[in-house]
Design a protein around this ligand. Structure first.
Ligand code: SF4
Length: 667
């Protein structure tokens, strides 16, 4: 009997139309547990690094986390992986909602899609019955609309459906996969789904997910629920409102946008509007938000309510979450929040990433103002800010005219446009648009997480360690008093000693070594979440969450029967961290790619930044180019990975290659 996991994957060859239920190897569970780790292993084992992201050989994997479908609160993430068309590296994007638990109850840990379907299809997974169904009638339909049409067609109101919109069908590099209460938006994973000719996946499952020690597991779940209640009743004091609670910052709940609108950049991530927020705007925006927000909603088995049902008169209802209520508004320099809610509805139906897409549009209009793009590129485009954005969004998702160039994201669009356009694609890491945030002073922890992260996701820069020092000693002492989540007491001392100004302040404090330790802790929690399928909003993302390194091993042990402790879980994390790094170095990732945008901080410290990267690589057991050494891979039981890198000449004499060449556009 397999516990927590089902022990079966669905392997679907879209070209042949074949469907197989395949038993998985329990040894892989011991090595990687599930979710992200086993997705990565499949990608490593099956795909050569030279493969194009749109090759039929690329497996598009929908993986449930190890705890998905169990009673663990918030264990609802679907981890979707392939190669990203935008970064050319491993792309993984996560969605909450209900899909992964439904998949587990249908009897599968993963759905692995291979090949390409000659016609547009959707998958219908209903326990043991799995069908590839014609979706030609859904071509061009919205991602939200499609979900409802499929439920009606199947006469199955409880089916969970993940679908792409027009953007995915047209392989727009920022295409998302939408699913009722969540979406997988980053890294163009929706474009890969569209390329495979799959419009949607619908799942209904009614089987049990077995637990090794159910009574113990339920007790742990109840402890987590109690802690969530406690945290909701006791917000973290002395930090910004959005950092006080759990969940993904509950943008739908809060109406105070002073911090975002005055600190995040407007337009193409360049213009800071320090005095934007005032009483009049506050009242106006509050009234708009409360009018369109019909109710707050949760993902599967979670007491938090991070999303909201949005209903703007005259257009269909949709779900919104997080910061996307502001991204279009700010990119377009529109001061009416109503615009943000209206255009986000269209963008959700098209199925695009709400972070990158507005930046692509702002980038285009900046190029027009600079004379690099011309009136001919924008023929028929209205002149008002709102109209301009709607016009361009329509063209991007259809890949029409200039929209076809922009649909590849700012990095690739700038390469195609030339004439100095590259300087305007200024807000990228690893060829992907980043947060439109520009700060004053470099924060060493944030620098490392931002530079070296493989997830290219905004939440990966935040973690259980505070992002800024507390002003007074009394505040610091209050913060560390009930900080049960720390893996080591030394982190408390760092918080106590960290000052807003002076010797013990950013960028030289936390020190290089302390920064590396903090990053290791934060990354560890992100990797464990993505392996277990638990929402980062209850673990790696907020301060003082209910899940942490001390209780996670007990969850794994009680769920699976595997004897897991903190050291064991850390080893699983290190293994997956290094495997994903190996996948990416095999795809050409090197040190030169690991740098935040030049203008991300007003003051940069090149020497310190180099020291931070050196120390981080050393700590990881990587060489100076960020390549895992043979010894590191051996210690993690991945000699096969080391051998492959050696055969490709990436590891020489046990070390990764040392030359600092430009690998930007490999392979
Ligand atoms: S914390 Fe929010 S985003 Fe996370 S599972 Fe719960 S409702 Fe969903």
């Amino acid at each position: 009997m397999r516990y927590a996991e089902t022990g079966f994957n669905l392997e679907i060859d879209l070209a042949r139309g074949s469907i197989e239920r395949v038993a998985t190897d329990p040894r892989l569970t011991e090595l990687h547990l599930g979710g992200l780790g086993t997705n990565a292993r499949t990608l490593w084992d099956r795909v050569s690094p030279e493969t194009d992201p749109f090759s039929p050989d690329i497996p598009l994997i929908f993986g449930a986390g190890l705890l998905g479908g169990t009673p663990a609160p918030g264990a609802n993430r679907t981890i979707i992986t392939a190669y990203s068309p935008q970064t050319l590296l491993m792309g993984y994007s996560l969605m909450g909602g209900f899909l992964a638990p439904e998949l587990k109850h249908a009897g599968y840990d993963k759905v692995i899609l291979r090949g390409k379907s000659p016609n547009l299809v959707y998958l219908w997974i209903h326990n043991d019955k799995v069908e590839i169904r014609d979706a030609s009638h859904l071509k061009g339909k919205g991602a939200v609309e499609t979900q409802e049409l499929i439920r009606q067609e199947l006469k199955e109101a409880n089916a969970q459906v993940a679908a792409i919109g027009l953007a995915g069908e047209n392989r727009v590099y920022t295409a998302s996969i939408e699913q009722g209460r969540s979406s997988a938006s980053r890294l163009g994973i929706g474009a890969v789904m569209g390329d495979k000719g799959v419009k949607a996946i619908a799942v209904r499952g009614t089987k049990d997910v077995h637990l090794a020690r159910p009574a113990e597991f339920y007790e742990l779940c109840n402890d987590v629920l109690k802690y969530i209640k406690f945290r909701n009743e006791n917000p973290v004091p002395n930090v910004m409102t959005i950092l006080q609670g759990l969940g993904s910052p509950q943008e739908m709940l809060h109406v105070d946008e002073k911090w975002h609108t005055e600190n995040f950049m407007w337009g193409n991530s360049r213009v800071r509007r320090k005095d934007f927020w005032n009483k009049e705007i506050e009242e106006k925006w509050k009234s708009v938000q409360l009018n369109v927000r019909k109710r707050l909603i949760s993902c599967y088995n979670c007491p938090m309510k991070c999303g909201a049902i949005i209903s703007v008169p005259g257009i269909s209802t949709y779900m919104m979450k997080c910061f996307s209520k502001l991204t279009y508004t700010m990119a377009a320099f529109v001061e009416d929040l109503d615009f943000g809610f209206r255009i986000a509805q269209r963008a959700t139906e098209y199925g695009v990433d709400g972070f990158s897409t507005p930046q692509m549009m702002a980038f285009a209009f900046e190029l027009k103002d600079a004379g690099i793009l011309t009136d001919a590129d924008f023929e028929g485009c209205p002149s008002d800010n709102e109209g301009k954005f709607y016009w361009l969004l329509d063209r991007i998702v259809r890949r029409e005219g200039i929209g076809d160039v922009l649909a590849d994201g700012t990095y690739w669009a700038a390469q195609k446009i030339g004439k100095g356009a590259e300087a305007y694609a200024h807000n990228n890491i690893k060829k992907h648009e980043q947060l439109p945030l520009k700060l004053g002073m470099l924060n060493p922890v944030y620098f490392l997480m931002y530079s070296t992260g493989e997830k290219i996701n905004i939440t990966q820069i935040e973690g259980q360690f505070p992002q800024a020092p507390f002003a007074t000693m009394a505040e610091r002492e209050e913060f560390v008093r009930d900080w049960i989540q720390v893996p080591d007491e030394k982190f408390k001392q760092i918080v106590l000693d960290w000052e807003p100004r002076g010797e013990r302040s950013n960028p030289y404090y936390p020190t290089v070594d302390m920064s590396v330790d903090i990053v290791d802790w934060q990354e560890k929690m992100h990797y464990i979440d993505d392996t277990l399928g638990v929402c980062a909003g209850l673990s790696s993302f907020p301060l003082k969450p209910p899940y942490h390194i001390h209780n996670y091993p007990r969850f794994v042990s009680a769920a699976t029967g595997i004897d897991m402790d903190e050291a064991g879980l850390t080893q699983v994390y290190n293994r997956s961290r290094n495997l994903i790094r190996a996948i990416n170095v095999r795809r050409g990732l090197r040190r030169a790619d690991e740098k935040p945008p030049e203008d991300h901080w007003k003051k940069r410290f090149p020497e310190l930044e180099a020291k931070l990267l050196d120390a981080y690589y050393k700590f990881r057991g990587w060489n100076n180019e960020g390549i895992p050494t043979k010894e590191t891979l051996h210690e993690l039981g991945m000699d096969d990975v080391a051998k492959d890198l050696e055969q490709r000449g990436i590891i020489k004499n046990g070390q990764g290659e040392e030359e600092n060449q430009n690998h930007q556009d490999r392979p």
